[in-house]
Design a protein around this ligand. Structure first.
Ligand code: 13P
Length: 210
């Protein structure tokens, strides 16, 4: 894909996420790895109204070199993309149900959302670390995010929202969508005797689909 293709894809996915309520106002930000740097959504932009030419361009050292001023969460995306060389994109949302799980007083250590459905396991994986609360844009979060990203494709920022990576932008968006749906199911089923996938079924999914 050319950089122009990726810019247009980022705009299209942003609009789709916004229209379906995965982000509201100017919440959320998205980054994409390029051969020689990164694309990033501009700060205070609505994912619903991005423009290809105004998307922020950063060089390999994460310096702003083009487009509008980048998201204040650059360090968050940097932490994930440097921890996961195989990741090509990162999506951060404030999607309601995943954020709600991150607001629970005792959400559970590494797996606050149980393995209820195959696509959650296939897209998000076995673990979903929770990063303690930091103010949005606080670079002090970077070491904790980096450490968590070394062992997990996605994480929840406590009282803030999900951060999801993928090999491509499409993969990252699909995983963010599955995470939100899984969070919704987990909340709907709280207090009910739900049947979870067994460890053997989870192993089988990860062995088959990666
Ligand atoms: P930006 O507008 O700087 O991208 O911040 C939005 C956000 O979601 C903060 O977490």
């Amino acid at each position: 894909m050319t950089e122009q293709d990726l810019r247009e894809q980022l705009v299209a996915f942003g609009a789709s996420l916004f229209q379906r309520g995965y982000s509201v106002g100017s919440a959320g930000n998205i980054s994409v790895r390029l051969d020689d740097g990164y694309l990033m959504t501009p700060t205070n932009s609505s994912l619903g109204r991005l423009e290809p030419a105004r998307i922020s361009r950063l060089d390999r050292e994460w310096r702003h070199v083009g487009g509008d001023k980048p998201s204040k969460e650059v360090f968050l995306h940097r932490a994930v993309l440097t921890a996961r060389p195989e990741a090509g994109a990162v999506v951060h949302l404030h999607s309601t149900c995943a954020t709600a799980i991150g607001c629970l007083a005792a959400p559970g250590d590494a797996a606050p959302i149980p393995p209820l459905t195959p696509y959650f396991v296939m897209r998000v994986g076995r673990t979903l670390p929770i990063i303690p609360y930091y103010r949005p844009g606080d670079a002090a979060m970077e070491p904790a995010v980096h450490e968590a990203a070394r062992g997990a494709r996605a994480m929840l920022l406590a009282n803030h929202g999900p951060v999801v990576s993928g090999a491509t932008l499409t993969d990252a968006v699909y995983a963010a969508e599955e995470l939100e749906e899984a969070a919704k199911l987990a909340l709907m089923l709280r207090g009910m005797p739900a049947r979870e996938l067994t460890p053997a079924q989870v192993d089988d999914l990860l062995a088959t689909f990666g």
